[in-house]
Design a protein around this ligand. Sequence first.
Ligand code: ADP
Length: 460
Amino acid sequence: MKIVHVASEFAPLAKAGGLGDVLLGLSRATLESGHDVTVIIPKYSSIDIDCQRVAELHDLYNGKNALTTFWKAHYQNIPLILVESDQNFFSSGKIYGEPNDCDRFGFFSKQVAHYLKRESIDLVHLHDWHTALVALLHPEVKSVLTLHNMAYARACDLATLQRIGLKEDEVKALKYRDYYSILQGGLESAEKLVAVSPTYAQEILTAELGAGFDSYLNQHKEKLTGILNGIDYTFWNPEQDGFLPAHYNLQTLSRKKKVKAALQKRLGLLSGNKLLVAFVGRLVAQKGPQLIEAAMKKIIADGGQFVLLGATSDPVIEEQFTQLKSAYRNNPNVHIELVYDEPMAHLIFAGSDMLIVPSLFEPCGLTQMIAMRYGTVPLVRRTGGLADTVFESKNGFNFVEPTEEAIFQALDRSFACWKNEPAKWQQLIANGMSEDFSWKKPQEAYADLYRGIKSNKAFL
Ligand code: ADP
């Protein structure tokens, strides 16, 4: 089958979080299973890669002629199309968070739909609201829409939809309740909807996590399924990770200590065998910043060490963690790094003993799976994909209520296990490292879904 992914991220070229990882891992696994795959993303100015111009498109944006250029490139063996607009939509260095995000991704999706009309493909696989419009504008090709995080779905105003040049009936199709939503157009037009974990597929049917789309989804449950994300086992591999000073697997686990020592040295932490607990992730309300802070203070008070790596664009959360960083700058058991740093993330996943993920909600979550692959025990809140991957006493620790009391109890259990039951701790590590979180199973589930979609064309 010829499958085209359209997305706003692709790791490591353009990555803000887990969506980028998914595009890398799923497209590689699908390619390796014998399908023909191309990934289309915006040509962000930060992307530095050899590419060749393959097509140009002239269209009106805000009533004026706009030029869109399509570039062909490869990341490793994965074919990419990078889309550049002369409207400077993707030149700020930011993937998200511009005031005109609806214009940026709406116009991008419209141009991609036009481009795809010239191509002969079997299926288009869309990701989140940023690309959902393609399903509405190119109904001739069957589409799958994966829902990575409903909370980011944006309402658009009528003026934006007119600026990007949508026709009257297209605008009408985006009307949802008393506003316009690009995601709604995708939900309606895509053949199948996939939530990124089985638990999240249930959660988005509720008012709490359905972001306003729960009643629509409840009426169209037959379209919705949950497929747990995987992680790319080439990119995330403790046996050959180029960002690590030492390599290991389950049989050579003692070498993980060298990575811990290197991490402590690099971050100026006291060396030695204290329980080293980490958090790696975007610092947004979803990730439970109050619980992270409370956990950090308890971990230090209980004799552990704490490392945080997280970037944020939320001014309140930034202030919270900037103050913490300053308050703890002379504490040799704490390190707070408020940047995006891919090599540092790898070193932390491998060098820590434990990773906390106290999310208020978490569609899938990749960091707990990455941690387990690197022999680091996860402690998570039981929600979304965290509930589908981390099990108390099997491969980690979990808690349910989003309260300090609940996370403190889970921390007490984990500290006690680490101190008093080393054999059990080793078993948690071994179980986590033995799990198969690769893209093999999810890719097969997606392939089944693709095959099941009735098309005018004969699929393989
Ligand atoms: P989300 O998709 O909500 O961001 P996930 O757990 O699904 O959360 O994926 C997070 C991905 O982003 C992981 O690959 C993680 O390592 C990476 N990541 C998040 N924050 C940072 C950071 N500050 N530096 C490096 N990598 C980060």
